[in-house]
Design a protein around this ligand. Structure first.
Ligand code: TYM
Length: 334
């Protein structure tokens, strides 16, 4: 049977090279592997304060990024999470089957809530309920489409694992209702690090040392050229002792679609400066073409029709699962 593949991106902040190399860049290959459900997790974006206009623009951007990354709307369902009400409806049911204890152990929740709590201004120090229950909605996103494969970066793996726990728990109680998903984390590129501090993940909320997908290419080049490197002079993959160089090697390897070993072999005898220049060339070439496609899509507004049609396709599948769950738990479906 064909596999179902599902993933989403949350429209908060500017997407980074981490999102691109970790997930976006290879998404188009997924269409050969099964039925793809690819969405914009706009309800998840509300879990932290966000300006409405910024949210709208970010959502448009992500739709255009997906298309620029080669997703063919005729071969997948590309949609907005909030356009398919089954996500919110299933969320209302599933929140009863996930526990406070497990949610409070999620790394993302711990990181974000401790940052909020540390804010000096008490009026900004509230932790919304949505950030706590975030993984419940994410599990609903996944199970609604009977997803077999969930391609994500390293940081989201824990949430997919929690979704797996939910499936076990729910099916144990009600029978074989939900499909078991697997997180698919790329061997290379699943955790692109910050260029200014390679001990930290590159993330949308941390502008220092991060490359944003809409950055001017001159800025991208500058950021790579001033990336933190390590002591020594050899270009070698060694995450422990050479985290900066290893990160740049990873960026190069994923950009060029090659293995780390091949990338390492390519740079034997290189000095750091020349190495960085070639990494910058490779990223700028790839990102330049991507940005060009993105601009055309944004101008043509092609994404509007795509999202509408995508939501129609998604609703049919999601509503079927929702009905199955409602019946299983004892809600009357007349
Ligand atoms: P989000 O929007 O934070 O990130 C989108 C995807 O990019 C990956 N990613 C990275 N990969 C490599 N290196 C990095 N530095 C890096 N930073 C981010 C993320 O792991 C993710 O795969 N909760 C999700 C959105 C979501 C979702 C879902 C995903 C909602 N429902 C259901 C899968 C299935 C999120 O906030 O990703």
């Amino acid at each position: 049977m064909e596999k179902n593949i599902l993933t989403g991106i949350k429209p908060t902040g500017q997407l980074t090279l981490g999102n691109y190399l970790g997930v976006l860049k290879n998404l188009h290959e997924m269409m050969d592997r099964g039925n793809c459900y690819i969405f914009i997790a706009d309800l998840h974006a509300l879990t932290l304060p966000i300006d409405p206009e910024v949210l709208r623009n970010n959502s448009r951007d992500i739709a255009a990024f997906y298309l620029a990354a080669g997703l063919d709307p005729n071969r997948c369902a590309l949609f907005l999470q909030s356009d398919v009400s089954a996500h919110a409806e299933l969320n209302a049911i599933m929140q009863n089957y996930m526990y406070m204890g497990e949610l409070s152990r999620m790394t993302q929740f711990k990181d974000i809530s401790s940052k909020i709590a540390a804010k000096s201004d008490a009026k900004d120090a509230h932790i919304g309920l949505g950030i706590f229950t975030y993984p419940v909605l994410m599990a609903c996103d996944i199970v609604l489409y009977d997803a077999d494969i969930v391609p994500v970066g390293e940081d989201q793996k824990q949430h997919v694992e929690l979704a797996r726990d939910l499936v076990v728990r729910f099916n144990h109680k009600y029978g074989d209702i939900l499909k078991m998903p697997y997180p698919e984390v790329r061997k290379v590129g699943a955790r692109i690090m910050s260029l200014s501090d390679p001990s930290k993940k590159m993330s949308k909320s941390d502008p220092k040392g991060d490359i944003f997908l809409k950055d001017d290419l001159a800025v991208v080049r500058k950021k790579i050229m001033s990336a933190v490197t390590d002591t020594g002079s050899e270009v070698k993959y060694d995450k422990e002792n050479k985290p900066g160089i290893s990160n740049l090697l990873t960026i190069y390897a994923v950009t060029k679609n090659m293995s780390i070993e091949d990338a390492e072999a390519h740079f034997v005898g290189y000095r750091y400066g020349d190495f960085k220049r070639e990494v910058a060339d490779a990223v700028c070439e790839d990102l330049g073409a991507f940005q060009e496609r993105y601009r055309k899509i944004i101008e043509s507004k092609e994404y509007e029709r795509v999202l509408k049609e995508g939501a129609e396709k998604a609703r049919v599948v999601a509503n079927k699962t929702l009905k199955r769950v409602k019946e299983a738990v004892g809600l009357l479906t007349l």
